[in-house]
Design a protein around this ligand. Structure first.
Ligand SMILES: N[C@@H](CCC(=O)N[C@@H](CS)C(=O)NCC(=O)O)C(=O)O
Length: 209
């Protein structure tokens, strides 16, 4: 049995994992979960992830892994995308935490609301998150002023995790030209061998009237 990735095309959390699997040429079966039709709330999926969220990676022994960054850590272990030293491991964990605190629920949520019509009944909160997103990218820009990648000279899982939502900031009107180090880093990430674009557009059921 091979790896099975349960994901949703519009999810950048799922995209992170697919990007790593593709760049490492690890074979996997992709199972699309239409989260906006309740497919992640069905008992069979909840048995994999009681949180009812994608992505979930099923290993060849049937173990289900949840949380995109934990999955990234697992699939990149021992590969060229893993941190090279214990200190870099610590730095990578810091970037994965930054991504889950300052990028995903900020740029990711604002973008989801805006692209699916949910911003109409939460305009203030959307604006607040976009403002926070600008601050997060400014912080990222400062960190990237003296290094090509987040851990230094080498592209790693930290770049994949942070890139997944950061590169989508333009969808909420944040111009990456305002953070030139981030813009240049996005181009370097996109130039990596095996890079694939993502995530996919939101599916029709994601949109609200
Ligand atoms: N922190 C989690 C977030 C996972 C997550 O929020 N997944 C979304 C799609 S991006 C989902 O499945 N949402 C369905 C729901 O919450 O009902 C991760 O990084 O994997």
């Amino acid at each position: 049995m091979q790896l099975r990735l349960f994901t949703y095309g519009g999810s950048a959390n799922g995209y992170k994992v697919e990007l790593a699997l593709r760049q490492l040429a690890l074979p996997y079966e992709r199972v699309e979960v239409e989260i906006f039709r309740g497919e992640a709330q069905r008992p069979d999926f909840l048995a994999r992830n009681p949180g009812g969220r994608v992505p979930v990676l099923e290993l060849d022994d049937g173990t289900n892994l949840v949380e995109s960054n934990a999955i990234l850590w697992h699939v990149t272990r021992g590969t060229r995308l893993a941190p090279a030293t214990p200190l870099d491991e610590t730095r990578a964990i810091a970037w994965l935490s930054f991504e889950q605190n300052a990028i995903e629920p900020v740029i990711g949520s604002a973008r989801f609301w805006r692209l699916t019509g949910r911003d109409r009944d939460r305009a203030d909160e959307t604006a607040r998150r976009i403002a926070q997103g600008r601050r997060s990218l400014a912080e990222l820009d400062l960190a990237l002023r003296d290094r090509p990648f987040l851990l230094g000279e080498r592209y790693s899982l930290a770049d994949i995790a942070v890139y997944a939502y950061a590169h989508l900031a333009g969808d909420v009107g944040i111009d990456l030209a305002d953070t030139p180090n981030v813009a240049a880093w996005c181009r370097r990430v996109e130039d990596q061998p095996g890079h694939v674009a993502g995530p996919e557009p939101y599916s029709a059921p994601a949109h609200v009237a």
